[in-house]
Design a binder for this molecule. Structure first.
Ligand SMILES: O=C1O[C@H](COP(=O)(O)O)[C@@H](O)[C@H](O)[C@H]1O
Length: 253
């Protein structure tokens, strides 16, 4: 049985941000102690701003950054230098400020992304995950049969999308592939790659963080009516599925 969705509402974005850092740091310590490494999946969007507390004391000095392995749940198919790139966003706002070895940062293929070939980028990212399974960096979940990441940090758009799984798009039903692609995303840019739902839900700890008024209606649709036409309503996890909201995001509950 998947764990129940947990929800915590924070008075301010700053408090949410502090809690996100504490949650991440605690899991980092737990997994590094248990198995010597920590696999973390990032999103794009506003989330990187909320991770700012991790690059400040006490976390900047206490986290064993060299043991981190970093992935993206979705990525826009564009050059790394493009302002739309989730990699660029994370590099500038977070990853460049902490000593994670470059080899442990698993970005979309630079050249294929710049060429705009979404299908090929998705295939290559899935191959990268499969190689890391062989290298025993990522285990395959005994329960789900899909790769099992330790922590995934997710965000939700006002339309209820998570990763690059959008309402009324067939990608949400993909069960064979680990990574798929989209070329007509309703939110620009149109070409993206994304983990598929079974991979997202095979993660041990999923933390969905949502701030501001714009997504409040979708938050209410999910929390009050479990409206499954919204991709984020399908989020689950193997151990914990926790939703952090600020007051504005929770205002329609
Ligand atoms: O396009 C995207 O949007 C979602 C949500 O972003 P937000 O700024 O509304 O929080 C994000 O999680 C995803 O990674 C990104 O590619």
């Amino acid at each position: 049985m998947a764990p129940q969705r947990k929800m915590i509402v924070f008075p301010t974005k700053n408090e949410l941000s502090e809690a996100m850092a504490e949650y991440t740091a605690n899991l980092s310590a737990k997994f590094i102690k248990e198995k010597g490494l920590f696999t973390v999946v990032l999103s794009g969007g506003d989330q990187i701003d909320w991770l700012c507390k991790l690059v400040q004391p006490p976390y900047i000095d206490s986290i064993e950054w060299s043991k981190w392995h970093v992935f993206w749940v979705d990525e826009r198919v564009c050059a790394w230098e493009d302002p739309d790139s989730n990699y660029k966003l994370a590099m500038e706002g977070f990853l460049s400020k902490v000593p994670i070895p470059d080899k442990n940062i698993y970005a979309i293929d630079k050249h294929l992304a710049a060429d705009g070939n979404a299908e090929h980028c998705a295939t290559l990212y899935e191959e990268c995950l499969k190689n890391l399974v062989k290298e025993k960096i990522i285990p395959i979940s005994k329960k789900t049969g899909y790769p099992e990441f330790d922590l995934q940090l997710l965000g939700m758009g006002p339309d209820g999308h998570m990763a690059s799984l959008f309402p009324n798009h067939p990608q949400i039903n993909e069960k064979q592939k680990w990574v798929t692609y989209i070329t007509d995303s309703p939110k620009p840019p149109p070409k993206r790659i994304t983990f598929t739902l079974p991979v997202i839900n095979s993660t041990l700890y999923n933390l969905m963080a949502i701030c501001d008024k714009a997504p409040a209606k979708s938050v209410a649709e999910i929390m009050k009516h479990n409206n499954l036409s919204l991709p984020s309503a399908h989020l689950s996890a193997q151990v914990e599925n926790v939703w952090y909201l600020d007051q504005a995001a929770a205002s329609e509950l």
